[in-house]
Design a protein around this ligand. Structure first.
Ligand SMILES: [Ca+2]
Ligand SMILES: [Ca+2]
Ligand SMILES: [Ca+2]
Ligand SMILES: [Ca+2]
Length: 367
């Protein structure tokens, strides 16, 4: 004897990890509906699927996006129908064209009882890059921020009682350019510099040439997927241009002491969710490769004075909403771990000269 089961079409959306994205649930990083933060400003695409466990064809009758960040999200490849017992894919691209937290709701109208199927997405574009370096040459780092959207640089000079300078630097930078300031000419003053991820182009304004000459690196370094991260790894006081592949954690560095020959360090440190924060943390004048966890505020170092063995800072510093801003703020020759929260302008610095106790600077420097 048969019991005839007639099942209506059923609509279920699966996330990037294959788990069900429940109708109207909050955006979730492991399911791919939370795109996290993007400091590079490059589009990210995630694939989702729609399953139909019913015995009738599921019809998709319309897709709408709403919410303040709708312009930053695009839905592609939405099927018109999913057959009985079938599955079909679509993609959502987060294109962080606007600074700040972006959210949208994608509503999928369909022929099941689970309609409209609402999916919450979120993603965030960090507004500024960090440009903390010693621009005035007094051995103390000068806190700074650079806004990619406007090309405006803000720096508080330590030698002028942290007086704030706001400048466009004759148009150095702008959309598509990240800051990579460091002392490239070895005169102890940081040189404002920018790196274009799309092309691997480096542009440097040299302090030793009165900031009047803009130098472009003759060879490209980096490109899509690579973050710029200069530091003086060989200890000759000339910054070494370097890049970091954010997914694999591969590093490439052009050593100034080796005529800028490029060395590759595969899987050195980092990977997805980590930023490079290399600086000289142990004060031996050799930069120490280091990474920072964007969401958890974990810091990991390979200290040059300790054979480059990896070790982690005992306490987290920063996390979601913060950008790392390590530099030698107290001028004792050791870099100080630090983070800044752009939305509030709050900074937190662990000064090496103060036993790495936490210094809170509310409303210090932000947008
Ligand atoms: Ca300074
Ligand atoms: Ca310089
Ligand atoms: Ca060097
Ligand atoms: Ca060191």
């Amino acid at each position: 004897m048969y019991v005839f089961a007639y099942l209506l079409p059923n609509c279920s959306v699966l996330g990037t990890n294959g788990a069900v994205v429940v109708n109207d649930e909050a955006a979730n990083a492991t399911k791919g509906t939370d795109f996290g933060t993007s400091s590079a400003g490059l589009p990210v695409t995630n694939m989702f699927s729609i399953t139909n466990s019913g015995t009738e064809t599921l019809r998709i009758t319309g897709v709408t996006t709403s919410g303040v960040g709708a312009a930053c999200f695009a839905v592609n490849g939405m099927p018109g129908a999913v057959g009985a017992g079938g599955v079909s894919n679509f993609t959502v691209t987060f294109n962080p064209i606007v600074v700040g937290l972006q959210t949208t709701i994608v509503a999928i109208a369909n022929s099941s009882t689970n309609t409209p199927y609402r999916i919450n997405f979120r993603g965030e574009k960090l507004p500024s890059y960090v440009v903390c370096a010693d621009y005035d040459g007094d051995r103390k780092a000068d806190p700074g921020l650079y806004d990619e959207a406007t090309g405006i640089w803000k720096v508080k000079l330590s030698s002028a009682n942290y007086y704030l300078i706001t400048t466009t630097l004759n148009g150095l930078g702008g959309p598509g350019y990240a800051s990579v300031s460091a002392d490239y000419d070895g005169d102890r003053k940081a040189d404002p510099a920018v790196y274009r991820e799309a092309t691997g182009r480096w542009v440097i304004m040299l302090s030793s040439l009165n900031y009047e000459v803009v130098v472009v690196l003759t060879q490209t370094l980096g490109g899509t997927g690579y973050s710029g991260m200069p530091a003086d790894y060989d200890g000759d006081q000339f910054a070494d241009p370097g890049v970091y592949q954010r997914v694999s954690g591969d590093w490439r560095v052009m050593l100034s002491s080796a005529n800028y020959a490029s060395i590759e360090l595969l899987g050195l440190l980092g990977g997805t969710g980590y930023m490079v924060v290399s600086a000289d943390y142990d004060g031996d004048q050799l930069a120490d490769p280091a990474i920072y966890g964007e969401s958890n505020g974990i810091w990991l170092f390979k200290l040059s004075s300790a054979g480059y063995v990896s070790f982690a800072m005992t306490q987290a510093l920063g996390g979601t909403g913060y950008i790392p801003v390590p530099a030698d703020y107290d001028g004792d020759g050791l870099a100080d771990p630090a983070v800044a929260q752009n939305s509030t302008g709050n900074w937190k610095i662990k000064l090496s000269s103060g036993g790495y106790s936490l210094l809170d600077l509310p409303n210090f420097l932000g947008e």
